[in-house]
Design a protein around this ligand. Structure first.
Ligand code: A2P
Length: 337
């Protein structure tokens, strides 16, 4: 049943994605009856301004979801596992930004530009995909509509925001310390972050050699696209950028495709903006993508290592906190109205 003027709760309202939820609800004029902000007891009593009002953050507890219609979760997988079922039992639809339920066969995993129809199959929980998966898959889906995907290889350059507000603060602090020639010990990420980059800070699966982030991107892409046999490989890297991910993509299609055709597809693809100015050497950049709802796509060119002409390369950037997280979830919520 469509919801009108729902009561919305944000779980993790004080975090990086929580703040982006507030931003998206406000900027998209989401019709709200009421908004409840939930976080840990450390933040209880803090006030946050929203649409000209001061809202007070409450400590999350078992009774937080009474009267809530839509609960947006972004407080980590453990919190989602424990509290999402309680929210559903209280009558809410949960849109979960963690990885807790993404690969559950009973939970739709949704990028609205790709598989909005899956929203209707929910049984209380809808999963928001991994940020790198959303940012890479949104521009690839319209390619698949015209010329089916055969193989996808991606390399990510992932921002601090994906590891939360504390990682963003660590990047700022470590950069200041580095420039001041002061020592700085990483506390959030495993390696020095300023003027450095490193393989994504998730565990390596010894059986495959892929880290958890790479595995998520590959598995989630297959689920979002409904292509269980899609050949896809990923290398995920953390770079010293605050809030927008960049991704290099090599896409092999069933038939040869000229870069001009791919460029034309991108020019009208939903949620995508073409930034492909070879004359000025102006292509997608994380700083340009930050704060933007669209995914910037450019550097479109034929992969010369595939003489069949079926493989193209592109470079994309998307705001990790917006399309990679909060915006995608709010777009899902809009489809529940
Ligand atoms: P708090 O700020 O009170 O710690 P980020 O992803 O940016 O690190 O944000 C994590 C979010 O999850 C924050 O809003 C944080 O609240 C919230 N959070 C962390 N632990 C809990 C918890 N045990 N109960 C409720 N919210 C939590």
């Amino acid at each position: 049943m469509p919801l009108q003027n729902p009561v919305v709760a944000i779980v993790g309202a004080t975090g990086a994605v929580g703040e982006a939820f507030l931003d998206c609800l406000q900027r998209r004029k989401f019709p709200l009856k009421d908004l409840r902000l939930l976080a840990s007891s450390r933040s209880a009593g803090r006030t946050v301004s929203f649409a000209g009002r001061d809202l007070t953050v409450e400590a999350l507890n078992d009774n937080s979801f009474r009267g809530v219609d839509i609960a947006l979760f972004s407080a980590g997988g453990g919190i989602s596992k424990r509290y999402a079922p309680l929210a559903v039992a209280a009558g809410a639809v949960v849109i979960d930004n963690s990885s807790a339920f993404r690969m559950d066969a009973n939970v739709p995993l949704v990028v609205p530009e790709v598989n909005a129809d899956a929203i209707r199959t929910h049984r209380g929980i809808i999963a928001n995909p991994n940020c790198a998966a959303i940012i890479a898959m949104t521009p690839l889906w319209p390619v698949h509509q015209v010329n089916p995907l055969r193989r996808v290889q991606i390399t990510t350059y992932q921002a601090a925001s994906g590891a939360g507000a504390a990682a963003m603060a660590e990047l700022r602090d470590a950069t200041r310390a580095y420039l001041d020639d002061e020592p700085h010990t990483p506390a959030v990420l495993p390696h020095p972050y300023a003027f450095n980059l490193f393989s994504h800070n998730t565990a390596i699966n010894p059986a495959t050699g892929y880290n958890d982030e790479e595995t998520k991107v590959m598995q989630e892409a297959r689920k979002i696209f409904g292509l269980p046999d899609l050949r896809i490989s990923a290398t995920c890297v953390r770079v010293p950028v605050l809030r927008a991910h960049a991704i290099a993509i090599s896409v092999e299609s069933a038939r040869p495709m000229a870069p001009a055709e791919l460029r034309a597809i991108m020019a009208t693809a939903p949620g995508v903006r073409l930034v492909d100015d070879a004359v000025r050497n102006y292509f997608p950049m994380p700083r340009d993508a930050s704060g933007q709802e669209d995914i910037l796509v450019g550097r479109i060119r034929q992969d010369l290592s595939d003489p069949s002409g079926c493989t193209n390369m592109l470079f994309v950037c998307g705001d990790q906190l917006l399309k990679g997280a909060a915006l995608n979830a709010v777009q899902i919520a809009e489809r529940l109205l």
